[in-house]
Design a protein around this ligand. Sequence first.
Ligand code: NAD
Length: 254
Amino acid sequence: MADSLDGRVVMITGGSTGIGRAAALCCAREGARLVIADIDEAEAANTLDQVKTAGAEGRFVRCDVSQGDQVRAVVASVAEHEGRLDAAFNNAGIESDWASTTRCTEENFDRTIAINLKGVWLCMRDQIAQMLRQGGGGSIVNTASVAGLVGSRGGCAYVASKHGVVGLTKTAALEFAPKGVRVNAVCPGVIETPMVERMIESTKLEREAFERQEPIGRLGQPREIGEAVTWLLSDASSFVTGVAMPVDGGFVAV
Ligand code: NAD
């Protein structure tokens, strides 16, 4: 990539597995210094081993993104240890219990919103404040979903959370464009990660049913999202802000 992330400090939430891990590896290849914020320390160690093999540096900070004090502590720790925060990928999320509008429980709704939506806002709040304090702008990418762009039967809480992420992204993009902080969202289609493996298991649907949702005829690979995220985080996308970019094998083109 022409405008690499060489030496840039990048914070990734949900970087222990799946899309977050793949994005960490793509950023590592571009020379980024990584901070993985997640609740799963064991899997984070695997991510960091692979980051090291790719020739980059990284460290883990335990953080539940739904807890404001924990998010604040991670960003403060980045400011103290790495000295600055250049970019962030707010990606931590849960699939939630798949349930329709009439069957979704209040507990499921609250938990999904707390992690998938409030977690993104909490992260952006402290990350943008840090970027403004240090000067020089920054780039943030939030993980929404194709479920942030279109409805999905039975996905009440998840779809609401991901549409919310798109709204937060556009709003922060407008607010901080004049200050040089760009904010975008990536909207993955169905990607082969532990999350989707769990969904295949819990819905008892055949894997082919998930593949058929993708016009391209297969599930996406985490690396295919990681590449798009790396581009959005880097200066190669310097005129792009406020977009919710589908990376979805044609899912929302139907
Ligand atoms: P995954 O389950 O493999 O990874 C999720 C990561 O988030 C894990 O490392 C997990 O430990 C972490 N996490 C969960 N709750 C957390 C919390 N409260 N605080 C901090 N970390 C937490 O799933 P994935 O498929 O890689 O999903 C990553 C993101 O992509 C999610 O936001 C998900 O909604 C979104 N997404 C996934 C797909 C897909 O098909 N896999 C499609 C669209 C959007």
